[in-house]
Design a protein around this ligand. Structure first.
Ligand SMILES: Nc1nc2c(ncn2[C@@H]2O[C@H](COP(=O)(O)OP(=O)(O)OP(=O)(O)O)[C@@H](O)[C@H]2O)c(=O)[nH]1
Ligand SMILES: [Zn+2]
Length: 333
C-alpha cells in the first residue's frame, strides 16, 4: 500500500477532545530534570508508568501533540513523581522505539494502531483443544510478528486434552520456537523463553492466556484481577494492554487484541520473515504476489527444481492469502 502510515491510538482522540485554554509559553524548559519511566498500562489518556520501581500515573504533556504513547514505551516524566494517590505526572518525551507492534482493528480499518512498543517477542497462544487450534490465527500473528520485528514463540496450551504433534507438524519447517503447556505441567520451558525479554501475549478467547499469566505470576493475579488503580474499573472492562514484570523481563497481556488486520502488509514484508524463501523470490517478476498459480513465480520454479520445501512454500502462501483478508479468524473482543 502506498502513502504514509497513520499512527494513532485511541487515547489521542480523547486527549485532544479535552481541549483547555491555558496559555502556552513558547520557551519551554528542556526538561533536563525529567525521569525515565516505563509505560505499563494506558487507559483513557492516563498512562501508568514505572518510575524507579514506583507506579506513577501521568498524562501526556500538550507539547507531545498527537504522538501516541503505548504500553512498552520508555518515556521521560516531569511533575509529581511521588506516585501518591491523586497525583498526576506529565510525559514530556517518548524515547525512540526499538520495535512497534501494530494492527488494524479489522481488514477494512484503514488506520494502523500501535499497540505495544519495544517488545522482543510475540507469544502466540493457541489451544490444542477447546477451542480447537486455529492455524490461520497463528499465521496472522506470525505476519504481525515478522512485520514488527518480533521473534514469534508458539505456545500450545491444553496438551492434557490433545496431542501437540499435529499442529507442530504444520510448522515444522518454519523452525518456529515453541512451548507446550498443560493444566499442571511445569512451566520451566515457558519461563526460559520469557526471562529477560519483553513478550507480548496474543490469543483467542478461551485458549488459556489468563491461566498461563496467573500461573507464571501468582502475585499478578491480584494485580490483574483487582480494580485498576488508574481507572477504578476492573481489568475486564479494559481492552488495553498491560505490562507485568516477570523474571527480569516483561510480559504484556493484550486482553482486547485477538486478531490482526493485515491488509497493510506488503507481500515482500511477509516474505521477509522467511529468509530461505527470500532467496527464491528475488528471481520473481516485479510485483509478483507469490500466491498459488501465479505465472513465473520463482517459488514454483525452485519447487520443481527441488530447492525448496513444499510445506514451507505452502505455509508462506497461506500467510499471503490470509493477509488478503479472506479470513479474519478469531472474533474481536
Ligand atoms: N484442560 C485444560 N484447560 C485449560 C488449560 N489452560 C486453561 N484451561 C481452561 O480454559 C478455560 C479458559 O482459560 P482462560 O485462561 O480464561 O483463557 P483466556 O485465553 O484468558 O480467555 P479470555 O479471558 O476469554 O481471553 C478455563 O476454564 C481454564 O481453566 C490447560 O492447559 N488445560
Ligand atoms: Zn513470486
Amino acid at each position: 500500500m502506498s502513502g504514509g502510515r497513520g499512527y494513532i491510538d485511541e487515547d489521542d482522540i480523547r486527549v485532544r477532545a479535552r481541549g483547555g485554554s491555558r496559555p502556552r509559553t513558547r520557551n519551554r524548559p528542556k526538561h533536563e530534570d525529567a525521569r525515565e519511566g516505563f509505560v505499563t498500562t494506558v487507559d483513557r489518556g492516563r498512562y501508568r508508568c514505572l518510575v524507579d520501581g514506583r507506579p506513577v500515573v501521568a498524562m501526556k504533556a500538550r507539547e507531545l501533540g498527537r504522538g501516541s504513547i503505548v504500553v512498552g514505551d520508555r518515556v521521560a516524566l516531569v511533575g509529581d513523581l511521588s506516585g501518591r494517590p491523586d497525583t498526576l505526572a506529565r510525559v514530556v518525551r517518548v524515547e525512540e522505539r526499538r520495535s512497534v507492534l501494530r494492527r488494524t482493528a479489522d481488514d477494512t480499518d484503514p488506520v494502523e494502531r500501535v499497540i505495544v512498543a519495544n517488545a522482543d517477542q510475540l507469544v502466540i497462544v493457541c489451544a490444542l483443544a477447546d477451542p480447537p487450534p486455529q492455524p490461520r490465527f497463528i499465521d496472522r500473528c506470525l505476519v504481525a510478528a515478522y512485520d514488527a520485528g518480533l521473534e514469534p514463540l508458539l505456545c500450545l496450551t491444553k496438551s492434557d486434552l490433545s496431542d501437540p504433534d499435529g499442529v507442530l507438524a504444520i510448522y515444522a519447517s518454519l523452525d518456529l520456537p515453541n512451548v507446550v503447556t498443560s493444566l499442571d505441567g511445569d512451566l520451566d520451558d515457558v519461563r526460559g523463553h520469557l526471562a529477560g525479554r519483553t513478550s507480548v501475549l496474543v490469543g483467542s478467547s478461551g485458549v488459556g492466556k489468563s491461566t498461563l499469566v496467573n500461573r507464571l505470576l501468582p502475585d499478578a493475579a491480584r494485580a490483574v484481577g483487582d480494580v485498576n488503580p488508574v481507572t477504578g474499573r476492573g481489568r475486564h472492562t479494559s481492552t488495553s494492554a498491560v505490562a507485568l514484570p516477570l523474571d527480569g523481563g516483561w510480559i504484556i497481556d493484550t486482553p482486547g487484541v485477538r486478531s490482526f488486520g493485515l491488509a497493510h502488509i506488503s507481500p515482500d514484508d511477509v516474505v521477509a520473515g522467511f529468509p530461505d524463501l527470500d532467496e527464491a523470490v528475488v528471481e520473481c517478476p516485479s510485483g509478483c504476489p507469490h500466491t498459488e498459480g501465479t505465472p513465473d513465480c520463482a517459488l514454483d520454479t525452485w519447487l520443481v527444481e527441488g530447492r525448496l520445501d513444499q510445506a514451507r512454500v505452502d505455509s508462506l502462501r497461506r500467510l499471503l492469502s490470509s493477509r488478503e483478508g479472506e479470513d479474519n479468524t478469531a472474533p474481536s473482543a
